[in-house]
Design a protein around this ligand. Structure first.
Ligand code: 3PY
Ligand code: MG
Length: 503
C-alpha cells in the first residue's frame, strides 16, 4: 500500500481535493470522476454516518484517495474513519502539542500508538495493511484557534504529525475578524505556514473555491480545496433562479417609438419587422446609407422612418438624437465583424474599426439618447452583443474582443440607467446567418429567430437573453466550466493561423 498523496507531498507538490459534506455516496462518486488527488469526507460538519462513509469510500477508492475529517480528536472517532479506509486523516480543533500526541497515538498501531486492529477495509488484506498503515496514512491536525496558532510550532514538531491544516473560518471567529479575514487573519495564517515549514512539515488550508486554492498553492500551501459539494449545488441553483427571473413594468414594445441602428442588416431589418408586428407605434430605421433602407421602410412608410445614422460619426449621432426626441426604445444593433484573426495583415485596423463601431458607437448613441429616454419615461435600451463576448472565438478574434467590451458596457449602462427607469437588455446569440458570418461553418440561427427572441425578452423584461441552442449551450458551459468552452472555441482558427499550424 503506497499513498500517492504522501509521495506528492514529499516531492514538494500540492494536493488538490474536493470536499464532500452532503453524505451522498453518489455525489462523492461524481466528484471523484473529475480527477482530484483526493476527496475529503467531512464527518465533523457533514452528513456522513459510518455506513454511508463506508459505501462512499468503496465507490471512490479506486479513482482517488479517500480522506476523512473526523468528528473530533477522540480515539474512537479517529479509529473509526481509519477502519473505513481513510488514507489521510484530518483532525479538527487541535490546540496543543499534547492533543497532537494523542491524535498520533490514536492513528498508529502499536508499538508507535494504540490504534486497535479491525475494520472492513483493513481486513481485506490485513497483514500488508498493518505493515504499511503507520507510515502511509497521512495525519493532519487542524489549526483553527488563536491558541493553536500560538502553539503551531510545538504542534508541528510532534513526531507522526505530517501536516498542519488551517481552518480559516473557525480561525476568523477565534481571533475576532469574522466574517472577514483581513490582515490579522492573514498574519496568523502565514505564521502557521512558517511554523510547519520550520519543523520540516507540510501545511494545508481549507479554500472555499478554486481561485482561492490557486493563490494558496502559489504561497506554498501543500493541500487546498478546489470544490465543495454544498456550494457546487447551492450557488448554480441560486444563479439559475436569478437568471430566469422576469421583470415587471409597462410593455416596452407595444406603442413604443423605437430606433434601430444598423437597420439595413440581417438582424436589424428583422428586428424592425418584428417590432412592427408587435405593435410598435414608430420605428426609426438607422443606416449609414439611407438608400439601403428603401425596401424595408416601404412596407409601412407611415411607421418606418429612414434615418441617416453612422454611429462612429459624432455629428451624425447628435443629429439623430436631435431629430428623434420621441424615442422610448433604443436598439443598438449596428456592428462590424471583420471575421479575421489576430495575425492577419490588417488586424489592428480591424480591431480599431470593431471597437469604433461595436463599443464606442454603442456608447456614443446610448449617451446621446440617455436624456431622450429619461424624458420619455425611461423606456428600454437593447444591445446586440454575441455569446462570443464571453469566450473568444479565434476565427473572429478582434470582433469577440470588441463584443467583450460591449458586454461590460451593457452592465455599466444597466447600473447607471436604472435610476431613470430605463430597462437595459443584452442580446447574446450564437452564430447568426447574416453576411457578417461567412467564415463560420458551425450551426447558425436565422436573424428572424433572434428578432423574435428580442421582442419576447423585452416583454418579459429579461436582463440578458441567449437566443438559440448554441448560445444557451455556451453560456451554460461557461457557468460550469469556462475553460472547457475556451478550449473548444480554440479549435476554430482563422485561415492564416490554420495554415501556419499545418506548415
Ligand atoms: C474552517 O474554516 O474552520 C474549517 O474547518 C473549514 O472546513
Ligand atoms: Mg473548522
Amino acid at each position: 500500500m503506497s499513498n500517492p498523496l504522501k509521495d506528492k507531498l514529499a516531492a514538494g507538490g500540492c494536493i488538490t481535493c474536493h470536499w464532500a459534506t452532503l453524505g451522498s455516496p453518489s455525489v462523492a462518486e461524481l466528484l471523484a470522476e473529475s480527477g482530484p488527488d483526493c476527496i475529503v469526507f467531512d464527518m465533523q460538519h457533514g452528513l456522513w454516518d459510518r455506513l454511508s462513509l463506508e459505501y462512499a469510500i468503496g465507490l471512490v477508492r479506486h479513482k482517488t484517495v479517500p480522506t476523512v475529517r473526523s468528528v473530533d480528536a477522540s480515539d474512537h472517532a479517529i479509529g473509526m474513519v481509519l477502519d473505513a479506509g481513510a488514507r489521510a486523516l484530518i483532525v479538527p480543533m487541535v490546540d496543543t502539542a499534547d492533543q497532537a500526541r494523542a491524535v498520533v497515538r490514536a492513528a498508529k498501531y502499536p508499538p508507535a500508538g494504540g490504534r486497535s486492529g479491525g475494520g472492513t477495509r483493513p481486513m481485506l488484506d490485513y497483514k500488508s495493511y498493518m505493515a504499511a498503515a503507520n507510515d502511509e496514512i497521512i495525519v493532519a491536525v487542524m489549526i483553527e484557534t488563536a491558541t493553536a496558532v500560538a502553539n503551531a510550532a510545538e504542534i508541528a514538531a510532534v513526531p507522526g504529525i505530517d501536516m498542519l491544516f488551517i481552518g480559516p473560518f473557525d480561525l476568523a471567529m477565534s481571533i475576532g475578524t469574522f466574517p472577514d479575514f483581513g490582515p490579522k487573519h492573514e498574519a496568523a495564517v502565514q505564521s502557521v505556514l512558517a511554523a510547519a515549514k520550520a519543523a520540516g512539515k507540510t501545511c494545508g488550508i481549507f479554500t472555499p473555491y478554486a481561485s482561492f486554492a490557486a493563490d494558496r498553492r502559489a504561497q506554498g500551501f501543500q493541500w487546498v480545496v478546489l470544490a465543495y459539494d454544498q456550494s457546487l449545488i447551492q450557488e448554480p441553483a441560486k444563479g439559475a433562479v436569478k437568471h430566469a427571473r422576469l421583470g415587471t413594468g409597462p410593455d416596452l414594445v407595444k406603442d413604443a417609438v423605437a430606433l434601430v441602428s444598423g437597420a439595413n442588416g440581417g438582424i436589424g431589418s428583422e428586428t424592425v419587422r418584428a417590432l412592427l408586428r408587435a405593435g410598435a407605434a414608430k420605428i426609426y430605421c438607422g443606416a449609414r446609407q439611407i438608400d439601403s433602407l428603401r425596401t424595408l421602410t416601404s412596407v409601412a412608410s407611415d411607421k418606418l422612418i429612414p434615418l441617416q445614422l453612422d454611429v462612429t460619426d459624432p455629428a451624425s449621432v447628435a443629429k439623430a438624437a436631435a431629430a428623434c426626441k420621441d424615442v422610448t426604445l433604443l436598439i443598438n444593433n449596428a456592428g462590424w465583424n471583420s471575421n479575421e484573426g489576430l495575425f492577419c495583415a490588417g488586424a489592428l485596423d480591424n480591431a480599431r474599426r470593431e471597437m469604433e463601431t461595436n463599443y464606442l458607437g454603442t456608447l456614443a448613441l446610448s449617451r446621446a439618447f440617455q436624456p431622450v429616454l429619461a424624458k420619455n419615461g425611461g423606456g428600454g435600451l437593447v444591445n446586440l452583443i454575441t455569446v462570443v463576448a464571453h469566450s473568444n472565438l479565434p476565427v473572429m478574434s478582434t470582433y469577440a474582443a470588441s463584443k467583450a467590451a460591449l458586454l461590460s458596457l451593457t452592465q455599466g449602462l444597466r447600473a447607471e440607467l436604472r435610476q431613470q427607469g430605463t430597462h437595459v437588455m443584452g442580446v447574446l446569440p450564437g452564430a447568426v446567418d447574416t453576411p457578417m458570418t461567412p467564415g463560420f461553418e458551425g450551426m447558425k440561427m436565422r436573424p428572424l429567430q433572434v428578432a423574435e427572441a428580442l421582442i419576447q425578452g423585452l416583454r418579459a423584461r429579461m436582463e440578458d437573453i441567449y437566443p438559440g441552442g448554441m448560445a444557451s449551450g455556451v453560456i451554460n458551459g461557461i457557468a460550469f466550466d469556462a475553460k472547457a468552452i475556451e478550449g473548444d472555441f480554440a479549435n476554430y482558427l482563422p485561415a492564416e493561423s490554420s495554415a501556419r499550424k499545418k506548415a
